[in-house]
Design a protein around this ligand. Structure first.
Ligand code: SF4
Length: 147
């Protein structure tokens, strides 16, 4: 199976979840948030299709640690591909950034995640003081609590 990617940040980000994290930006987003910081990921005709096994191997070879954030774009447009990728990276700590609400995320995927950021970006509620979110209507949730 292929997954359509936009880019991968192997330098390590401290803005997309706890610790230093490799960030995988997937291609395609139907949320169309006004003021989106990453509109180049919207178009589903663009991006690069890659074999999931090749992507998993590349991430293992290049990541600074086993912390991965999956962003976009809208990752929920590629759930089967993400599940296959995470099966190959089952020792990784994984965060996912979606514009959807928590109730819209498939349970099968939620069970595999450590953190999730939910909610569309709202430029009227832009926020720079709360970690890991872009606007105050969004939530960054630690899914490991209560497991
Ligand atoms: S969900 Fe993210 S990538 Fe998609 S439009 Fe909103 S801010 Fe941009």
């Amino acid at each position: 199976m292929n997954i359509i990617i936009n880019s991968i940040d192997y330098k390590g980000s401290i803005a997309e979840g706890p610790g230093i994290r490799t960030v995988l930006f997937l291609q395609g987003c139907d949320q169309r948030c006004e003021g989106c910081h990453n509109a180049k990921t919207w178009d589903t005709d663009k991006g690069k299709p890659v074999q999931i096994i090749d992507l998993a191997n590349e991430i293992r070879q290049n990541t600074v640690n086993a912390n991965l954030t999956i962003s976009g774009g809208e990752p929920l447009m590629q759930v089967p591909a993400i599940l296959e990728l995470l099966n190959l990276l089952n020792d990784f700590n994984v965060a996912l950034y979606t514009g959807c609400e928590l109730e819209e995320v498939p349970k099968e995927l939620l069970q595999r995640l450590d953190y999730i950021k939910v909610g569309k970006y709202d430029k009227e509620k832009h926020c720079t003081t709360i970690d890991y979110i872009g606007s105050t209507n969004q939530r960054f949730i630690d899914l490991r609590r209560g497991r």
